[in-house]
Design a binder for this molecule. Structure first.
Ligand SMILES: NC(=O)c1ccc[n+]([C@@H]2O[C@H](COP(=O)([O-])OP(=O)(O)OC[C@H]3O[C@@H](n4cnc5c(N)ncnc54)[C@H](O)[C@@H]3O)[C@@H](O)[C@H]2O)c1
Length: 263
């Protein structure tokens, strides 16, 4: 079974999907197209070769100045979508960050969410390529989420996701701090910040051929099913993702950090 993101609208649903895959022995894969983008593959190779060192902290986000998908439709109805930009865009960038970090286990999460553009007549879905607007529909999700994730290996990740925010321009990014080098994946381009043997600071921006990450992900799924290739994505990662997102929502409501596991 191949699904589009987000994996599920609740941790319970994600766990049910994982269990169904285990019980039937079928492959369950959820779209993670950004892992297959050229700069992601390049960064992963560098990390696996030990060139980045220990990745101990990071930041990621996808912040839109204007771009609420299908205002009033399923995107903005919590029961159908599971949430706003955190679940819609967060899956992309949090997954990319965690995959590059070696998929550490999330242990604690805190966050804040805001809904400030639901009633705005000007900040509308004309700025979004996704979803259909529904007149007088439901808007009970956030339009901005900020948060902080702690992992079992001591690493942390700052997150921010918006559909509407008074910022300069739309950006998506994963910025990782390694002991040997820092990586900044931004809008599909990669910058590498390091130092040479003499201690001179080095900046590198590899020029990479663009690839279609969605197509590559689907081809990978077919290879897993038909050739038994080792899957790049396993359902456990989807469960952890939805647990994180759900914990941000819980933390936003309670005003407290949510503990997911012992460190
Ligand atoms: N990986 C990516 O880069 C990426 C990009 C965009 C959207 N998505 C995901 O793709 C999915 C669809 O997003 P979209 O922007 O195309 O949404 P959309 O609202 O534009 O389209 C959804 C379509 O599904 C149909 N539909 C709804 N319920 C259905 C049902 N029960 N049976 C059959 N059809 C049904 C609707 O009629 C509509 O045509 C979402 O999960 C979204 O998160 C992923």
């Amino acid at each position: 079974m191949f699904c589009e993101k987000p994996d599920a609208v609740s941790p319970e649903e994600a766990l049910k999907m994982k269990k169904a895959a285990e019980e039937t022995g079928k492959v369950l894969m959820v779209m993670r197209n950004n892992r297959f983008a050229a700069p992601s593959v390049y960064a992963k190779k560098m990390i696996d070769a030990g060139k980045v060192g220990e990745i101990y902290a990071g930041r990621c986000g996808w912040i839109r100045r204007r771009g609420i998908p299908g205002k009033g439709g399923w995107f903005t109805t919590k029961e159908l979508s599971g949430g706003g930009p955190l679940i819609d865009l967060g899956v992309h960038m949090i997954d990319l960050a965690m995959w590059l970090m070696g998929n550490p286990v999330p242990v604690a999460v805190s966050g804040c969410t805001y809904t400030k553009f639901a009633d705005s007549e000007t900040s509308d879905s004309i700025h979004s390529a996704f979803g259909d607007k529904v007149e007088d529909g439901i808007f009970d999700v956030e339009d901005l989420a900020m948060g902080f994730i702690r992992f079992d290996n001591g690493a942390c990740l700052q997150i921010e996701f918006s559909w509407a925010s008074n910022i300069e321009q739309e950006t998506n990014f994963v910025e990782l701090r390694g002991t040997k080098a820092g990586l900044c994946w931004r809008n599909g381009y990669l910058d590498i910040f390091g130092e040479d043997k003499k201690g001179e600071l080095t900046d590198d921006s590899p020029i990479l051929k663009r690839v279609n990450g969605h197509k590559k992900n689907i081809e990978h799924f077919l290879d897993v099913v038909m050739k038994g290739t080792q899957p790049l994505f396993v359902p456990e990662q989807g469960v952890n993702m939805i647990k994180i997102l759900s914990a941000v929502y819980e933390s936003a409501e309670t005003g407290k950090e949510v503990i997911l596991a012992d460190r």
